[in-house]
Design a protein. Structure first.
Length: 83
């Protein structure tokens, strides 16, 4: 499973889209205001989406490839053990 990075556009819940603002261990925080019909939806501007519940539809300019969740968790575990 690939996880999104800051700046990626993701899709979730039957077509809702947003820009990733923060990546957490199990989820991302997404800004929904990029959707043209955002005002009509009467939703909060931001929401939290579990990594298992979205699809990356547009990568950020900075990276060509999204990291693998398992690799990222392994790196975090290694860093925690070093501390």
């Amino acid at each position: 499973m690939k996880i999104a990075e800051i700046g990626n556009i993701i899709e979730f819940k039957d077509g809702l889209q947003g820009v990733v603002e923060k990546v957490n261990e199990n989820s991302v925080i997404v800004d929904l205001t990029i959707m043209e019909n955002f005002d009509e939806l009467e939703m909060e501007e931001k929401t939290v989406i579990n990594h298992k519940r979205y699809k990356i539809i547009q990568g950020s300019e900075e990276s060509d490839q999204e990291p693998n969740v398992d690799e990222e968790l392994e790196q975090e575990s290694d860093q925690n053990q070093e501390q």
